[in-house]
Design a protein around this ligand. Sequence first.
Ligand code: ADP
Ligand code: MG
Length: 558
Amino acid sequence: MPPDSALDLLNRVFGYPAFRGEQAAIVDTVAAGGDALVLMPTGGGKSLCFQIPALLREGCAVVVSPLIALMQDQVAALKELGIAAEFLNSSLDNAAAMRVEREFVSGQLKLLYVAPERLLTPRFQSLLEQAHVALFAIDEAHCVSQWGHDFRPEYLGLSALHERFPNVPRIALTATADTATRAEILTRLDLGAARVFVASFDRPNIRYRISEKSEPRRQLLDFLGEHKGEAGIVYCSTRKKVEETAEALKQAGLTALPYHGGMDNDTRRRHQEKFLREDSVVMVATLAFGMGIDKPDVRFVAHLDLPKSVEGYYQETGRAGRDGEPAEAWMAWGLQDVVTQRRFIDEGDAEDAHKRVGHAKLDALVGLCEAASCRRVALLSYFGEASQSCGNCDVCLNPPTLWDGTEAAQKLLSAVYRTGQRFGAGHVIDVLLGKTTEKTDKFGHGQLSVFGIGATQTDKVWRTVLRQLVVRGLLEVDHTAYGALKLTAAARPVLKGEETVMLRAIEVRPARSKKSRFAPSSGEGVHNDEDPLFLSLRAWRRETANEKGVPAYVILHD
Ligand code: ADP
Ligand code: MG
C-alpha cells in the first residue's frame, strides 16, 4: 500500500474534506523534518498541524501542553479516531504512568502528551533516548514569554530539547503573541531557523462593540435583549459578581447559569453540559470558563469587566462565532475598572518590571476601548496585522465625537523625545505636568523645555491622549525595556505640524445618583460634582473650547 498523503489522513482519519488556510503548508514543513512557528487564533486548527505530521512520520510525536484538561480532551478525541495517543501528567497513578512509558519506548504510540515539568526530568529524558521521537510539538508556546500572563518557567528549559535531539523537528504553536512575544518565542526556544506561519487573526463574523459603563445591569439586559434565545457567555471578574449577575438574569426570565472556580465540580460539569447541549443558555462565568470549550454556535460574548490585556480580550471574545455565523462581542467598561485593575497589579507580589508590563498591557486594552476609529483595525494592529476599516463595529457604525488633539499630541511626543525615549507613561506625564519627583531630580528633567508644558491639563487627560497615540501607532511601548515609550516614524509628520491628530473625546455619563444635591441644569443632567474625573473634564473642556472651540469630552444623555 502506498503511504498515506496528508490529505488522505485528513479525509479518512479526521473526516474533514480540506485543509484550512496554512494548515497544509505547515503539515508539509514539519512532516519533511523542518521546524515551524505557528501563530493562529484559537479555534483556527493548530492541533492538526502536529497531529497529521505525527501520523506521517516514523515514531511518536511528543506534545508539550501546559494544561491537564486540554491534554485529556485531545487524547480522548484522538482515541475516538482510533489513533494511539496517551498522556503523562500528575492525574495518572504510578501503574498507569508506567504502562504509558512502556508503550512509548516500545513504539506503540503515535502521540504522547506531556506536561513541561515532566518532560525535563532525568527519567523522561532517558525515555526520550530510548524511544523513537517523530517530532516535538510545543503547544501554547507563549508560555515561554516572561512578559506574558501565562509564563511557565519550565518552558524555558525546552530549548535543551534541540541540543539533545538536533535532528527531531519542532513545531511551536500559539494563539496569543504580539510582535515582541513572537520574537521572544523564537529566541528562547532556539527556533531561529524555523519557518514562521502567521494566520490572519481577523474574525470577520464577530462584531465588536465597547460601551462606557453607566448602569451595567441595564446595559447588559439591553444587549441580551438583542440575542433572545441564543447561547452566549457573560464574563465577570469575581465569583460574587458571577452569582449576582446570573441571579439577576434569571429574574429577568433568561436561562442563565453561573460558572466559577469556587463551585463544586459536579455543579460546574452540569452547567457546562447544559450550555453545550442546549441552544439558549447564557453562561455567566469567570475566566475559569472557556478554556477548551468547543461550542461552535456561541452567538455572543459579553464582558462586564475589563480583561487584563488585548490578548485576553481577543481570546475571550474569540469563543463567539466559531461556526462562522454572525456573532457579537460586547463589553461595558469604566474608568473605575481601570483604577481597580491598576491597584490589583500594584498590590500583587510580582517584580516591578512585571508590574510595568501589566500596566502597559492594560493601557493597550484601554486604548482599544478609546479607539477613535475602527476597532477591528486597532485589534488586528495589536497583533501586527494591517487591515481596512470593517464598517461593522460600533465605532465604524457610530463614529464618536472627535477633537483636534494635534497640539496635545505634539506636546506629548516632544516630552517622550526630550526625555530620551527611555521612560514609561507615568514619568513622561509627570514631566508634562511639571511634577517634581525623585526621578525628575535624578535625571535633571526639571530643566528640560518640555517640563510643565502640559500643566494646564490633568493626568487623566494625558493618559487618554497617550493611549490613543499608542493605538494610532505614533508611539510604541517597548515591553522588553519595561514599557519605555518610543516614537515611531509616524510621529514625525505630527511633530513637524504636517498632520493633524483627531482624538476621541472622553465620554462621561452623568451619575444618576438620587442623593445628588444638584438638580439637572444647563442641559447636562445630574453630575456628581465631587467626581475628580468630572471636575478635570470640565476644566479641560473650558481650555480646549477656548483654544479650538471643540470640547475634549462629551456628556452623554440617556
Ligand atoms: P486551536 O488549537 O487552534 O485552538 P483546534 O486545533 O482545537 O484549534 O481546532 C479547532 C476546531 O477546528 C476543532 O474542532 C477541529 O477539529 C476543527 N478543525 C481544524 N482543522 C479543520 C479543518 N481543516 N477542517 C474542518 N475542521 C477543522
Ligand atoms: Mg490548541
